[in-house]
Design a protein around this ligand. Structure first.
Ligand code: AMP
Ligand code: GLY
Length: 427
């Protein structure tokens, strides 16, 4: 089959890397891709915000099946475009993508279908939001979320009333996140470890494909500002067979049934962000795609060909109850450029990628890189993900950091504690 992968990050590099090794996969085209992906697939320039042009590309390239990495084209209706032209695509429609693109939609949906989540209200105006905050009904700290897509930055945990009022003003008056802040979700602050849980869905059924834990803050020991993710490990030692069954029963199954019942059957990867509270697992967020860097550590563990599973799901025929998952442990460390997450630097030559890749059990995935005068240089905030695999977390961590030590570029920053949380749970 001819496969089109949409996206340009390390997540898409991991997807292409997986698919490139599979028997049923013919040529892979990646739009727009990056220099790492270009070694495995033909990359073509493309805009992620132009679903019609991406559909035209699929037609021109005679693509059999398209797999979408990031949320933007999904929320803009790429699945609807492809469906209207009778083209196979694995990913949710714009309506189903609201589980991620509108926090107000996701919260109201969870309330309608009794999916466990934090208590909340949705406010349509500044006055309503200030009224809620002044009532103190959610206690302190309180969590404020801009409704729309805000690149993972639309959440504020306000310690007290003054901080909450300032956050409301930033979102609703100063419009820090633009139209994403027209509505605000205010919710109770939960506590407990956070885990990410991934399923493949066909509109009716879903099968788990693994779990992971992300490291969102820029500095070691979870300090400093939030980022898109500085590293991840898989599987999460907190997600055992019993918890998997509980999350499928209490979260995934009612979500699948609810979306189908409301006329928006969910097809695609579903990323369930959970907090394991004293009252059981509760949904912090849904994403309608794989995570980045989570994909880089969960996809290599899928122990059977991925394409047939994605095609079955895209055609509504996922008639199986499980996907085989390997027993290894994976740890992925993100290398970011100077200034990240506030800004990023570009054009710094990167050395050592091949040396890192030459270490057994190490893989390097490109994100913000570019090819310039025959060299690979930095071209974004998150530059590379270096993944180590091993029989246990200690080995996976050692390999990931052995890979990291080979690589250098001016201004390179990374966390040195990725995976250490997993060691605590390891027997
Ligand atoms: P989100 O963009 O929804 O993933 O939120 C970003 C981060 O904010 C999450 O990963 C959590 O660490 C934190 N967060 C979101 N909602 C809550 C909540 N209700 N209670 C505590 N922390 C939260
Ligand atoms: N790493 C978090 C995300 O992809 O949303």
């Amino acid at each position: 089959m001819r496969v089109l992968v949409i996206g340009a990050g390390a997540r898409e590099h991991a997807l292409v890397g997986r698919l490139a090794a599979e028997r049923e996969v013919g040529e892979i085209v990646c739009a727009p891709g990056n220099p790492g992906i270009a070694r495995l697939a033909r990359t073509v320039p493309a805009s992620l915000s132009d679903p019609a042009a991406l559909a035209a590309l699929a037609l021109r390239e005679q693509i059999d099946v398209t797999v979408v990495g990031p949320e933007l084209p999904l929320s803009l209706g790429i699945a609807d475009h492809f469906a209207s032209e009778g083209r196979l695509l694995f990913g949710p429609t714009a309506a189903a993508s609201q589980l991620e693109s509108s926090k107000a939609f996701a919260k109201a949906f969870m309330a309608r279908h009794r999916v466990p989540t934090a208590r909340f209200v949705t406010c349509e105006s500044m006055d309503a939001a200030l009224g809620e905050i002044r009532s103190g009904a959610f206690g302190w700290p309180v969590v404020l979320k801009a409704d729309g897509l805000a690149a993972g930055k639309g959440v504020v945990i306000a310690e007290d009333r003054a901080a909450a009022e300032a956050a409301v003003a930033a979102v609703m008056t100063d419009r820090k996140f633009g139209a994403a802040g027209d509505r605000l979700v205010i919710e109770e602050c939960l506590s407990g470890p956070e885990v990410s849980f991934f399923v493949i869905c066909d509109g009716e059924r879903a099968v788990p494909i693994g779990s992971a834990q992300d490291h969102k803050r820029i500095f070691d020991d979870d300090r400093g500002p939030n980022t898109g993710g500085m590293g991840a490990f898989a599987p999460s030692p907190l997600v055992d067979v019993a918890l998997t069954a509980r999350v499928m029963r209490d979260v995934v199954e009612p979500t699948m049934a609810g979306m189908a019942g409301e006329g928006h059957p969910f097809r695609g990867f579903l990323y369930v962000g959970l907090m394991l509270t004293a009252d059981g697992p509760k949904v912090i967020e849904f994403n309608v795609r794989l995570g980045d860097p989570e994909a880089q550590v969960i996809l290599p563990l899928v122990d059977e060909p991925l394409l047939p599973i994605l095609v079955a799901a895209a055609t509504g025929r996922l008639v199986r109850s499980a996907v085989r998952i390997g027993s290894e442990r994976l740890v992925g460390v993100v290398l970011a450029s100077r200034g990240y997450p506030e800004s990023s630097s570009a054009g710094e030559p990167i050395s050592g990628i091949e040396a890192a890749e030459a270490i057994p059990g190490v893989a390097v995935y490109h994100a913000g890189t570019a090819q310039q005068d025959g060299r690979v240089v930095t071209a974004g905030g998150r530059v590379l993900t270096v993944v180590g695999r091993g029989a246990d977390f200690a080995e996976a961590i050692a390999r990931a950091y052995a890979g990291v030590r080979q690589i250098s570029f001016d201004g390179m920053q990374f966390r040195s504690d990725i995976g250490s949380k997993a060691l605590v749970h390891q027997r």
